[in-house]
Design a protein around this ligand. Structure first.
Ligand SMILES: Nc1ncnc2c1ncn2[C@@H]1O[C@H](COP(=O)(O)OP(=O)(O)O)[C@@H](O)[C@H]1O
Ligand SMILES: Cc1ncc(COP(=O)(O)O)c(N)n1
Length: 269
């Protein structure tokens, strides 16, 4: 069996709903072989982040080397990178291995408000990592921080996408999960030429822990299998919609999404 291989470079979420855990569950559900390079360990549950223990940059790159020297990578994503040293080291390794299918989820703040990226690391993200990315997937607050723009309307989203494209990103997806006053959750994709819109009905739920991680992991899995960007985002949008719809009421706070739901729905279960 010629299985495709996907790598996540991200933080561990002990609660299992976001980070490395969400990414590996998504990779598995979408039929790719999942691997990880852990950037930080978080003590986390549905109520929030209780502690963050970052790894040193060499600990992160040595995980990437172990994978690069032996197994290889068809596509990778980055999630929580925490500080500028890790961003710089990860960017250098991606360049070294000439890994092309790179999805950057610029994780900054957990749903409960904890910081997952130091403020001084934002310029490193723009300078070193965005130019290496095939796709970047900010939510609205992240796109605002990266561009310095205030994003309220669809026109603002388009302007922000163009501005992110100018950092050297090949495709920009601005996610609409935080657009809470709209009935639909609309994600937009900009490839430097055209805008594409991915629309689904907004689900009223507090159980959205890990939606961004799961969405970017699904894009990564589909790119690893050879999909176009448009098809990868289409599948990721269906995957996350099914996962939010079929919510898991786990814990007392913001619960996780259901990573089985997409395949259950596809097989009529
Ligand atoms: N309540 C919701 N109903 C339907 N889709 C949602 C909802 N919340 C988020 N999404 C979708 O989940 C994905 C992640 O979006 P978002 O929540 O904005 O990211 P993040 O987790 O990074 O903040 C996007 O495809 C978005 O449209
Ligand atoms: C380790 C880790 N990485 C990322 C997130 C962001 O989660 P979300 O996808 O809900 O924004 C998180 N809470 N924890």
């Amino acid at each position: 069996m010629n299985i495709k291989k996907a790598l996540t470079i991200a933080g561990s979420d002990s609660g299992g709903g976001a980070g490395i855990q969400a990414d590996l569950k998504t990779f598995q559900e979408l039929g790719v072989f999942g691997m990880s390079a852990i950037t930080a360990i978080t003590a986390q549950n549905t109520l929030g982040v209780q502690a963050v223990y970052p790894m040193g940059p060499v600990a992160v790159t040595s995980q990437m080397e172990s994978i690069g020297e032996d197994i290889g990578v068809d596509a990778l994503k980055t999630g929580m990178l925490f500080n500028a040293e890790i961003i710089r080291a990860v960017s250098e390794k991606i360049k070294h291995y000439n890994w092309i299918k790179v999805v950057v989820d610029p994780v900054m703040i957990a749903k409960g408000g904890a910081s997952l990226l130091q403020t001084e690391a934002i310029s490193a993200l723009k300078q070193y990592l965005l130019p290496l990315s095939m796709v970047v997937t900010p939510n609205i607050p992240e796109a605002e921080v990266l561009t310095g723009m205030s994003i309220k309307t669809m026109d603002d989203k388009q302007e922000a996408a163009k501005s992110l494209f100018d950092f050297g990103v090949k495709n920009v997806v601005i996610k609409g999960g935080h657009d809470e006053e709209t009935d639909d959750a609309v994600d937009i994709l900009y490839d430097g030429n055209e805008f594409y819109y991915f629309t689904s009905k907004r689900i009223l739920t507090k159980n959205t822990h890990g939606t961004g991680c799961t969405f970017s992991a699904a894009i990564t899995a589909e790119l690893a299998k050879g999909s176009t960007i448009y098809d990868a985002v289409t599948t990721a949008k269906s995957f996350i919609q099914a996962a939010i719809e079929d919510e898991l009421a786990i814990g007392a706070g913001h619960g996780p999404t259901n990573h089985w739901a997409f395949n259950c729905k596809r097989s009529g279960l």
